[in-house]
Write a protein that binds this ligand. Structure first.
Ligand code: GLA
Length: 314
């Protein structure tokens, strides 16, 4: 069957700001070179094919995107989709957002409809909530949908997840970002992710704010009075929100030492307060720092996946 449309979308790596997108914080992801490609052909009924992952669970993401597009009134004809990808699954590099956005682009192409990146991101997030059962934030779909189909590199986006406003942040030439895979795999459907999000929302409820990321800095000390587990989760969120702003400012004034320190602090917070790291990631971070990295941290949802390491290049 000859394809009618081919489309693709990149994965992403988050430099800093994890588990704060759903709390309305600002995050700092950037697209990576690994991408997911989708070919689509008009067919008698929807069909899905891939040798990309051994887990057929990926289909629910693709079906979800088609369902949400149709629910939004886009006349997507029945299509057969073939997927190929070099974005590792469960590695914290947004394999699901890359798949969702690539499927959306291919389906929109078949329907002859254009959708702004913002709407594509929100629609794909909804597909993940409703059809894959993962209550994700907006960071991944937003970053991937705004990356375009061109090659990635050199630029991160500072995305305010409450206002859905973003700006591009150039990476200094002397900074090299390395992604190291721990080889440990997560499945966000397993429940650890949803449990963290529930804790963060509980903290916001007790403190009487809409989103925990909107807690004014002068009230930050109030998180210490929350029940112990909720207090740890909230402490991570409040401090991580501040770290992202400090990291953006460090990049803009090319203070690479400060940027690196913030990464390593973020890791400690995700490990100790948010409890989403694993020993393999802790070891990668410790090893990178011992070898002279500016800083390092786990990236993405955690429970396995990758570490991001910042190096100074001569
Ligand atoms: C996953 C989710 C994102 C975000 C990160 C953690 O990638 O899809 O929305 O919450 O985890 O920062």
């Amino acid at each position: 069957m000859a394809p009618d449309v081919a489309a693709s979308a990149t994965g992403r790596v988050n430099l800093i700001g994890d588990h704060i997108d759903y709390a309305g914080g600002t995050v700092l992801p950037m697209p990576i070179a690994a991408r997911t490609a989708v070919c689509a052909a008009r067919a008698a009924a929807d069909g899905f094919a891939s040798e990309w992952t051994g887990d057929a669970g990926w289909e629910r993401y693709a079906r979800g995107v088609l369902a949400e597009l149709r629910a939004a009134g886009v006349r997507v004809p029945p299509i057969a989709l073939a997927v190929a990808s070099d974005v590792p699954v469960g590695a914290g590099l947004s394999s699901s957002a890359a798949l969702e956005v690539a499927v959306a682009r291919a389906a929109l192409g078949c329907a002859g409809v254009e959708l702004p990146a913002r709407e594509t991101a929100l629609l794909c997030q909804r597909a993940e909530h409703v059809h894959a059962g993962v209550p994700c934030g907006i960071m991944d779909q937003w970053c991937v949908a705004h990356a375009g189909e061109g090659a990635a590199g050199g630029e991160a986006i500072a995305l305010d997840c409450a206002a859905l406003a973003f700006r591009r942040v150039a990476l200094p030439a002397a900074l090299r970002i390395e992604i190291v895979d721990s080889g440990v795999r997560h499945a966000l459907r397993d429940g650890g992710y949803a449990a963290r999000r529930t804790d963060v929302e509980e903290a916001a409820r007790i403190l009487g704010v809409r989103l925990l990321g909107e807690l004014p800095p002068e009230r930050a000390h109030e998180v210490d009075a929350l029940p112990p587990r909720i207090a740890r989760r909230a402490r991570h969120v409040v401090r991580e929100c501040a770290r992202v702003h400090a990291a953006v400012s460090a990049l803009e004034r090319v203070d690479l030492d400060a940027f690196g320190r913030l990464l390593t602090e973020s890791h400690a917070s995700l490990r100790d307060d948010f409890e989403v790291s694993v020993p393999e990631l802790d070891a990668l971070v410790a090893d990178a720092c011992a070898r002279g990295a500016l800083g390092a941290r786990m990236t993405g949802a955690g429970f396995g996946g990758c570490a991001v390491v910042a190096w100074r290049v001569a």
